[in-house]
Write a protein that binds this ligand. Structure first.
Ligand code: SF4
Length: 71
């Protein structure tokens, strides 16, 4: 099972994740990204691309509670 976390304390609101995986991420009113309810159902390659493209590296992906190494 995939789990997605966004460390909003370092999100800069670039919206890169929303552009790459719009079914998983949303830009909140506060100007930082959050995840949508069915984010984990998004194609894994898009989640991976979004996480790797995040300029502040604040997206973490987990499979079965184990963090996936992105870099
Ligand atoms: S790509 Fe990263 S920094 Fe940009 S909005 Fe998404 S989570 Fe925030």
């Amino acid at each position: 099972m995939i789990k997605i976390e966004v460390d909003q304390s370092i999100c800069c609101g670039s919206k890169m994740c929303v552009t790459l995986a719009p079914e998983a991420f949303v830009l909140l009113d506060a100007g930082m990204a959050g995840t949508l309810p069915h984010a984990a159902d998004s194609p894994f390659d898009l989640l991976l691309k979004a996480a790797k493209s995040c300029p502040t590296q604040c997206i973490a992906l987990f499979r079965d509670d184990e963090e996936i190494k992105l870099y």
